[in-house]
Design a protein around this ligand. Structure first.
Ligand code: ATP
Length: 342
């Protein structure tokens, strides 16, 4: 089934003077999808979001929303909603007045806007608070009001700019799940910016990993975790062991360790392996390491293990057998858990 395209970016470039914030990106976002831009500070994710919103105009390239070229339209001429990290609620207005402000200023009948506002507020369990002022709400509640206010405007696209930055750490998981639930319930196309990889994995249909104004990889959370196509993505999404070695006759070789891999070319190569996929076994293996540190992290143990080709991070469930510092352990890495990275 062909999915309907909601947003298309075609070779988008954004320069600020000599500095290139976004260096030519192509991307398609389907209707009803939540797509997250993820990357380190300065990689261009906020600029990309602002370009889609119309808060910045591209230096070159084109942006289409619902098939219409909006490249040169300002934010007020695009039907987009924004949820900011600062909530940006009007402090002197009640929750209800905040929520109906947009539709009413756009000329919608107040009664009709109020009905829709109550509907959205009750869906997110905030209808009982509609007469309160923002100062009488928790951070998480204020952000939910900001989301309700954006949804009531029935935008073609809803933008989230680091929406959880100001929400109390303990509430973040709850609010992010609520945002995801609302976005799915209303079938809204959403663009979301965060630098928190766990948050990106949790809320997204697709994640766009950015680096230096370019897209490194686009994929579902699972694809990015299981099949990162570069060292950068492997490292940025979760923890990864990056091992440099060489490939010879269908073997990857690092130090004394060798493992089957596709490819009989004789070249230097790198692989990535997740810490939880390295097994500690009582049987003898050709990969022996010495435990340099053992850290208890609640649900798991993390070990730094020194091998003859470098240090590996190994994690095991906390209930499994424990290994003490300076002990030698046998490690097993399965061929199917190895990812070749560039
Ligand atoms: P952060 O997580 O720190 O917000 P980001 O990935 O969102 O980072 P952007 O804000 O998009 O990054 O910035 C990308 C690059 O463009 C940075 O080098 C930044 O300094 C530069 N930049 C962004 N906005 C402007 C501006 N208005 N004028 C000049 N340079 C800018």
């Amino acid at each position: 089934m062909n999915k309907e395209i909601a947003i298309e970016l075609k070779n988008i470039v954004k320069q600020f003077g000599d500095a290139t914030a976004v260096g030519g990106i192509d991307l398609t976002i389907n209707k009803g999808e939540l797509v997250t831009f993820l990357g380190p500070s300065g990689c261009g994710k906020t600029t990309t979001l602002r370009l889609v919103a119309g808060l910045e105009l591209p230096t070159s390239g084109a942006i289409f929303i619902d098939g219409k070229d909006v490249s040169q339209l300002s934010a007020s001429d695009r039907n987009v909603g924004m949820v900011f990290q600062s909530y940006a609620l009007f402090p002197h207005m009640t929750v209800l007045d905040n929520v109906i402000y947009g539709p009413v200023t756009r000329g919608e009948n107040k009664k009709q806007a109020t009905e829709r506002a109550h509907e959205v507020l009750s869906l997110i369990g905030l209808d009982g608070l509609s007469a309160r002022y923002p100062s009488e709400l928790s951070g998480g509640q204020q952000q939910r009001v900001a989301v309700a206010r954006a949804i009531v405007q029935q935008p073609d696209v809803l933008m989230f700019d680091e929406p959880l930055s100001n929400v109390d750490a303990k509430l973040r998981r709850k609010v992010r799940n609520e945002i995801r639930e609302l976005q799915q319930k209303f079938g809204i196309t959403a663009v979301y910016v965060t630098h928190d990889q766990e948050e990106a994995l949790a809320v997204s249909d697709k994640v766009v990993v950015m680096k230096d104004g370019q897209i490194e990889q686009v994929g579902t959370p699972e694809e990015l975790y299981a099949q990162p196509n570069s060292r950068f993505v492997a490292n940025f999404i979760g923890d990864a062991n990056l091992i440099d070695g060489k490939i010879q006759q269908n073997k990857f070789i690092a130090g004394d360790w060798r493992v089957d891999i596709e490819g009989d070319e004789s070249i230097n190569a790198s692989i990535s392996i997740r810490p939880e996929l390295i097994k500690v076994t009582p049987n003898e293996t050709d990969l022996v390491g010495r435990v340099m540190s053992a850290t208890y992290l609640g649900s798991k143990m993390e070990y730094e293990v020194k091998t003859n080709f470098g240090e590996l991070l190994v994690s095991t469930p906390a209930n499994d057998e424990r290994f003490s510092v300076n002990s030698d352990i046998n490690l097993l890495i399965r061929q199917q858990d190895i990812i070749r990275v560039s």
